[in-house]
Each structure stands twice: as C-alpha cells, then as structure tokens.
Design a protein around this ligand. Structure first.
Ligand SMILES: [Fe+2]
Length: 298
C-alpha cells in the first residue's frame, strides 16, 4: 500500500514549541524553534481587534515578538495554516519587525476569488496569492535552520488549509481540535465535511507519537485550555473522528452540527484582512482605513 503521506516523517527531529494563547479568540499561536540553531518559525499569529470600536492593537503579537527577541531567535518563516475566519493575522506586523518569509497554501487563490466577490473588491485586490512570499503545494518542503518542514494539503475546513509537519510535530490548524473538542466546522464557503474527513485521516496516518498542535481550544466541559495532543490520542479518543468512525457517520454528524452554529463574531473583519495576508484594506481618499460589512452577503 502506498503511504497517504507525501513525505517521510523524521521523528528524530524534535522542534522546541512555545505556545501563545489568545483569550479573546481562543487561538493558539506558536513559535517553533530548531533545537540546533536559533532559527524559528511563527505559526498562526493574532492581531487584536476591538470590532465594536474599530480598533486594532498588537498586544498578542508583541508577546511573540518579545519572546523571539529575548531568546535571540531568527524568524525564517511566518506560516498561516489557512485563512482564518475568527481572528485577524498579525503576520505583516511580525514580518516588518523581525523578517521571515510569509507562507500559506496555494489554494489561497480560491479563497481570494470567493471573498474578493463577497467583499466586491476592485481589480487592485490581487487574487493570485502574490501578497505572500511562498504558496505551498501538497508535499512541498522548506527549512527552518537545520530542520526540514513539510506542508500537507488538508482541505475541508477551508480550501487552502495546510498541515505543517516539522520533525515529530505537526501544526494542524483547524483540521483537528483536541480529542474532546473533535473537529472544526466545514460549512464556510469552499468547506466540505467529506474532504475534511479525508484530510483528517491523512493527518492521523502520521506516526502515533507525532505531537499535534492545534489552533483553537474552547475548554469543553469546563476543562483548562489545552493545545497539544498526539496522533495516537486522537485516534483512540477524538469524539468526532476516532478510529472506527466512518466517513458517512462523520459527514452526517458534521453537517448536522454545522447547521446549528452561528457565524464567528470576527468573520467579516478576519476574512477581509486575512485574504490580504494580514494587511488592512488600502487607505481611502481621506487617508483612513475602512472595513466593509456586506449586507446579507455571507
Ligand atoms: Fe479556521
């Protein structure tokens, strides 16, 4: 049987992972460090927004920047696992301060096309992913110091979702939650529950001891927030997709559940900013920046 993985994982590489939890959006951002050098990558950073006030700040990103500076790290990559719909990315802010190349899955073009229409963007909004430095395809590799990282296309939550596998660690974005959290919704434009199931199965084909780092946790049933699990734990305990749950069972559960969910509070500002790689829309004639609300457009 051929492996469902487009690369061979190397469990002897054990990146050092620092997590930064954002209380406002329940997002976990990561700094992933090469143990044998000062090289690191930042995964899924957060820009703070008070949407009611239209105010943007950078407290969460500044914590990450402080950590990187304090430890003398060199940022080689700033990775977005996908176009997030529930928080704004701080990637350009971090890149401006610390450098590094900004990467996302190449299906970003599909997301840009969809939401370029939703927000009635003009021709100055490029739908070719050119706001990013690198567009990853399934199986692509890149390096962080001496470590080789692999991008694996894991669509379903969104078309552009990628899981990044670095040694014995995998950054799954919203493909999977903690075992008692299950999986992320698959009902955004371009989402697909069946595709999500197949993507999850690819992630769960990684070796059992692979550390999985998830992008969101909501502390189900009152437990403390957690963000790290393993492939083996997910395969035995994930409430939506543990071993033995069939594709059809998963799809009916996921679709029934998605039908009950409200839109994320920050979906409108998040998509407008994240489809631009974390940049705000261009300034208008008065020199100010505005975010749009499409009425009945989502
Ligand atoms: Fe997401």
């Amino acid at each position: 049987m051929t492996s469902p993985l487009p690369f061979t994982p190397d469990l002897s590489v054990k990146p050092e992972v620092a997590a930064f939890f954002d209380d406002a959006t329940n997002t976990v951002s990561y700094v992933v460090k090469d143990p044998s050098s000062k090289a690191c990558a930042v995964v899924d950073s957060v820009m703070d927004i008070d949407y009611a006030a239209g105010r943007i700040t950078y407290d969460h990103a500044d914590q990450i920047i402080d950590h990187i500076r304090k430890n003398g790290l060199a940022v080689e990559w700033i990775i977005e696992t996908h176009v997030h719909a529930d928080h704004l990315s701080a990637a350009p802010y971090i890149q401006e301060k610390l450098g590094g190349k900004l990467g996302i899955g190449d299906k970003i073009t599909v997301v840009q096309d969809t939401f370029g229409k939703v927000f009635n963007e003009g021709t100055e909004f490029q739908r070719d992913g050119s706001q990013f430095d690198r567009l990853f395809r399934d199986g692509d590799s890149y390096t962080i110091g001496s470590m080789t990282a692999y991008a694996m296309h894991t669509p379903g939550h969104t078309p552009a979702c990628m899981t990044h596998v670095i040694g014995d660690a995998a950054f799954v974005g919203d493909t999977l939650f903690m075992p008692d959290g299950g999986s992320a919704r698959a009902d955004f434009p371009g989402g697909d529950a069946r595709e999500l199931y197949r993507s999850i199965k690819r992630v769960l084909a990684l070796p059992g001891e692979t550390r999985l780092f998830i992008c969101h946790d909501y502390g189900p049933n009152g437990r403390d927030i957690k963000w790290e699990t393993t492939v083996a734990e997910e395969r035995s305990h994930n409430i939506h997709v543990r071993d033995g749950v069939s594709e059809d069972e998963f799809v009916s559960m996921r679709e029934a559940r998605d039908a009950t969910l409200d839109m994320p509070k920050l979906i409108i500002p998040s998509l407008q900013v994240n489809m631009r790689a974390g940049h705000l829309p261009p300034k208008e004639e008065d020199g100010k920046t505005y975010l749009k609300v499409p009425v009945n457009g989502l």
